[in-house]
Design a protein around this ligand. Structure first.
Ligand SMILES: [Mg+2]
Length: 325
């Protein structure tokens, strides 16, 4: 069932960013729920449910994605750690569902601990959470023409908050998936090829993620067995137990933005981030047009809301034209 529509490049830039926002907002009301509980209560989450700040509101995933996009635009495509740290601190808002690790990090920054030292003080050897991956879509779209640049920029932006290699590698893998989706033609898309390409771009040091991707490739026919998928790939907030899962969800339903995001959230656990990461990849492949209108209409639009996120995507596209030519 080939997709007839080939979206424009700018629509894909915007789609990856809005895809993050939509997946985040759709998944947030059931964050932390086991998949069975979601199935019992809702069947599946296909509409924006009531939430802490209202239906269609976003969480930390989108807060930091916006900050990362702003920083890249302001610095002409360079990752400037001090600027990023400053923007993360400005954007940090406890009502948006940040984890305990980020709260601690903000306190360390406030106490004057330099960003590179503070990130190392979190947990034991730095955070390996998916926080650097959930926000990384702007890097994937901006450098999609250059895998090396995607990897380096994704890891560099991750280091500001995530000192553990798994946290950085997970961010790099997610950014590579967004970039590869953006370069892929929906009319000739092959999920096996996509997976092979992705595996081949990972450095030897990212063995944990390479293994997870190989495992994902063996599970496409088993997607309905959610116990199995959660056990094998994970639905946790650690990078290596969620980034491969988002890629799996995207690839299982690569032909539909809606189905991919709904499926990712149906796996339970860290549902807002699974939704955000899956939405970013699917949005990069299909563009804005594939994002269901009813979801778009429900997104918050005050201040840094949906129109602002579209504007950021367009600015990144303009910047890409300057960088890549
Ligand atoms: Mg969140």
């Amino acid at each position: 069932m080939p997709n007839q529509h080939t979206p424009s490049l700018v629509s894909r830039f915007v789609g990856a960013l809005v895809g993050t926002f939509v997946g985040d907002a759709l998944g947030m009301p059931v964050e932390g729920w086991p998949w069975r509980k979601i199935a019992q209560h809702y069947g599946e989450v296909r509409e924006m449910l009531p939430a802490r700040l209202g239906a269609g509101t976003y969480t930390d995933d989108t807060v930091f994605m916006i900050a990362l996009a702003e920083s890249l635009i302001e610095n002409k495509g360079r990752v400037v750690p001090q600027d990023l740290a400053w923007r993360f601190r400005q954007a940090y808002d406890r009502r948006r569902g940040f984890g305990a690790g980020m709260h601690r990090l903000m306190r360390l920054w406030d106490e004057g601990v330099p960003w590179d030292e503070a990130a190392h003080r979190l947990f034991d050897g730095g955070s390996y959470g998916n926080g650097a991956a959930m926000r990384v879509a702007p890097v994937g779209v901006l450098f999609h023409h250059d895998e090396r640049a995607v990897y380096d920029a994704a890891a560099a932006q991750a280091r500001v908050t995530h000192a553990h290699p798994l946290g950085q590698q997970g961010a790099a893998l997610q950014a590579l998936a967004v970039a590869l989706a953006l370069r892929s033609d929906p009319a000739t898309f092959s999920r096996d090829e996509f997976l092979e390409d992705l595996e081949s771009t990972l450095p030897a040091s990212a063995e944990t993620f390479r293994r997870a991707l190989m495992q994902a490739g063996d599970l496409f026919d088993r997607w309905e067995d959610r116990d199995l998928i959660v056990r094998k790939l994970g639905n946790r907030s650690s990078a290596h137990r969620s980034v491969p899962t988002a890629i799996f969800a995207f690839l299982t339903f690569w032909n539909s933005f809606e189905e991919a995001v709904v499926y990712a959230i149906s796996l339970g656990g860290d549902t807002d981030t699974l939704g955000a990461m899956t939405g970013a990849i699917a949005g990069a492949l299909h563009g804005m047009e594939a994002i269901p209108r009813r979801w778009w209409d429900a997104l918050e639009n005050e201040g840094k809301g949906r129109d602002y996120v579209v504007h950021l995507g367009e600015q990144l596209y303009d910047l890409w034209q300057q960088i890549a030519t």
